[in-house]
Design a protein around this ligand. Structure first.
Ligand SMILES: O=C(O)CCC(=O)C(=O)O
Ligand SMILES: [Fe+2]
Length: 694
């Protein structure tokens, strides 16, 4: 077919216009597209140059509106590779930006101070702000704090009591076994294995079965807190279930009838009898009347439910906050606050402590408590050193308790540490809130009782516990506290190590034996302040029940108010008249283990009074947390003096002791071997080694 003249003309123009050599800056013209021998049809970004309209036959039109098109010197495969590279790079960039954002967002959440109570929803306090990223889906979930999870009711499974409808755990799908311990969720009463549901609740805030929430979604502000008659504040915190009775419908209709009004429940003898000895379900009937309870009632009912009976006839004042019936409130109830209520004439029953009726009341000691002159331990005269070491050994063996004088810690520092500790307790609630106990192994713990999550009877005591060695921690308030604390911890550590070197020698070991074997250079030192406010019924309450301390040696001072009692020759004796500027020192569990029972940890307790606040400042000095504590090999003899304790890492012992209720020496008994396996030597007789040996 013959080419038209206009096409020939166009081809000619094109060959000049589009040739990159002849016209390096030139562009295509519209008619080029069908005839161009260069790159007019190849473009990665410009719209296709191919004209949708047929070429005009009567001449050509210069494409002035057409964007300039540069001829690319790149080949097609190279261009494709470039495109792939750019796309890959962009995706990589986007992903990196996303990662940076999530890291920044999380660190910002961690750094930002906790929101003020005025602006924060109450339930938020119970959420665990460590957002969990599920690796596959990258779903960001927030769970509950461990302290909240562990506050949820635990029950024993029984097929016959009808309390739990399900027969298996919906998380792991395995059958519940008789007497198995389960967690019963509030609101829905669904039960699960503790480990199954706890794992779930670390990343969720509701029931895995029915999605019912765990934490109440109420807003709290300082102005909408409820004040009861005694001026105590009340906040809705956590929904904890009132135990389920057999007839759920009945319970529901009963609950529906309740309204948001103030109510009083009186548990009378008849009901009590019914509850304890009756049908087996009526102990729960009383509970269904409960709406949101005041703090003390909540604690009490929690404890009563735990014990499964009401111990006495009592009144419980109940206030509903939001009409959400059947759930109680929980919050840290500090005794200081309770004691400050002007009309407090009696103690809430959760503080009622029953002493052993067979035990005679404490008396003053017949012999005076041993006194150790610390300065003599480093006397240049060896006979003086030997004398004081012997005295120290006897004090550990016969008493487990002694006073230390001439220790070198300035009196001003000792007074200052008490002063600053009291100032800490006098800080405003908001200022102390950051230090409120969440976990028993937190380095700084401001709390009440001994272990308020586990105690069935609460101690009339608030405390501050701070780990000051091997890593030093301190609250940053009040002003000057941390400086005083640092100095005090250093000076008391020196005293403890000096005493332990004497004790080491008194056991017939090298003076640095304990130091080395128990890694005292990294030894755990815990500073504890106990605050015992005046108590309206001191004879019914206890400051700290009988217990022994963990660690090796405890050093104690107080504000001049008596209250400490120790068990000596199976009788409780008062520790009142102590020498000025002295430390009261007692032997603790790990010295008993290490000495294979030769130096026993002393049992002691703190009683309270109705007139003044007592403050004691205690420093517990222990081995390194990583040290496995066992009886010293030199003090063990397979034939005559077997090891009386099983070895246990100090850290594990600590968790065991601090994570449970404190009852006498039961914690130590858990690592004690049974008596029948032991020889006389381990049960109190002197070991074969003597002072000055090896
Ligand atoms: O306060 C006291 O006197 C005793 C304190 C005590 O035993 C302790 O903190 O372990
Ligand atoms: Fe103690």
């Amino acid at each position: 077919m013959e080419e038209s003249p206009s096409a020939t003309k166009a081809a000619k123009i094109c060959s000049i216009q589009c040739d990159p050599i002849q016209n390096p800056t030139g562009g295509c013209i519209a008619l080029c597209s069908s005839i161009c021998g260069y790159f007019c049809n190849i473009s990665d970004s410009s719209p296709p140059l191919q004209s949708p309209t047929p070429l005009p036959t009567d001449g050509f039109i210069l494409s002035t509106p057409t964007p300039k098109h540069h001829h690319s010197p790149l080949s097609l495969p190279l261009k494709i590779s470039l495109v792939i590279l750019v796309v890959t790079f962009s995706l990589f960039l986007l992903y990196t930006l996303y990662k940076f954002y999530t890291v920044w967002y999380r660190s910002r959440r961690r750094r930002s101070p906790p929101p003020s109570p005025e602006t924060q929803e109450t339930h938020d306090e119970f959420l665990d702000h460590d957002v969990l990223d599920h690796p596959i889906w990258y779903i960001r979930t927030i769970g509950l704090q461990p302290s909240v999870i562990s506050a949820i009711t635990v029950v024993k499974y029984s097929k016959t009591d009808g309390l739990i409808e399900e027969t298996n755990c919906s998380v792991c799908l395995s059958e519940f076994e008789e007497d198995e311990t389960l967690r019963l969720l509030p609101k829905c009463n669904h039960a699960f294995h503790i480990s199954c549901i706890d794992t779930w609740l670390r990343s969720h805030t509701n029931c895995p079965l029915c999605r019912a929430g765990i934490v109440k979604n109420t807003t709290s502000s300082s102005s909408d807190q409820n004040l009861d008659d005694s001026g105590r504040t009340e906040e809705t915190r956590l929904a904890i279930p009132i135990p389920e009775e057999v007839n759920r419908e009945e319970r529901q209709s009963e609950l529906d009838r309740q309204s948001s009004e103030l109510r009083t429940v009186v548990v009378d003898e008849e009901e009590k009898g019914e509850m304890i000895g009756g049908s087996g379900t009526s102990d729960l009937l009383i509970m269904r009347r409960s709406v949101s309870l005041d703090d003390y009632a909540a604690c009490r009912i929690r404890s009563d439910v735990r014990n499964n009976y009401y111990s006495d006839r009592h009144e419980v004042q109940i206030q509903s906050i939001d009409g959400d019936l059947g759930f109680e409130l929980i919050k840290m109830n500090f005794v200081k606050k309770l004691a400050e209520s002007p009309d407090l004439n009696s103690i809430p029953s959760i503080y009622t402590y029953t002493t052993n009726p067979n035990e005679s009341p404490a008396s003053d000691p017949q012999d005076s408590i041993p006194t150790i002159d610390f300065s003599l331990l480093t006397s240049p005269d060896p006979s003086i050193r030997l004398q004081v070491i012997q005295k120290l050994g006897n004090a550990c063996k016969d008493w487990g308790f002694f006073q230390v004088i001439n220790h070198g810690v300035p009196e001003t520092l000792m007074n200052m540490v008490i002063e600053k500790s009291v100032e800490f307790f006098n800080l405003k609630d908001e200022e102390k809130k950051d230090y409120e106990e969440k976990d028993v192994l937190d380095p700084i713990r401001y709390g009440t009782s001994f272990n308020s999550k586990k105690d069935e009877v609460f101690c009339w005591r608030d405390f501050l516990k701070v780990i000051v060695h091997p890593k030093f921690h301190s609250p940053n308030k009040p002003l000057g506290f941390s400086e005083v604390l640092l100095e005090y911890s250093k000076r008391t550590r020196e005293v403890a190590r000096g005493l332990l070197s004497g004790i080491s020698t008194s056991l017939g070991l090298d003076q640095s034996y304990i130091e080395k074997a128990l890694e005292l250079e990294h030894g755990l030192q815990v500073f504890v302040v106990n605050l015992y406010p005046p108590c309206p019924q001191p004879e019914l309450a206890i400051g700290l029940p009988p217990h022994s301390d963990h660690g090796l040696l405890t050093l104690l001072i107080n504000n001049g108010v008596g209250g400490l009692q120790i068990k000596h020759n199976d009788k409780w004796v008062n520790v009142n008249d102590t020498l000025p500027n002295s430390f009261l020192v007692n032997t603790a569990d790990h010295l008993e283990i290490f000495s294979n029972g030769k130096y026993k940890s002393v049992e002691h307790r703190a009683v309270v009074n109705n007139a003044v606040t007592r403050v004691s400042v205690v420093v517990a000095n222990g081995p390194s947390v990583d040290a496995v504590v066992r009886p010293a090999y030199e003090l063990v003899d397979e034939e005559r003096c077997r090891a009386a304790f099983i070895p246990m890492k100090y850290e594990e012992y600590l968790e065991m002791q601090q994570g449970n209720q404190i009852v006498g020496k039961t914690c130590l008994d858990r690592v004690r071997k049974i008596t029948s396996q032991l020889s006389k030597c381990c049960l109190g007789a002197r070991p074969k080694t003597s002072i000055g040996g090896r």
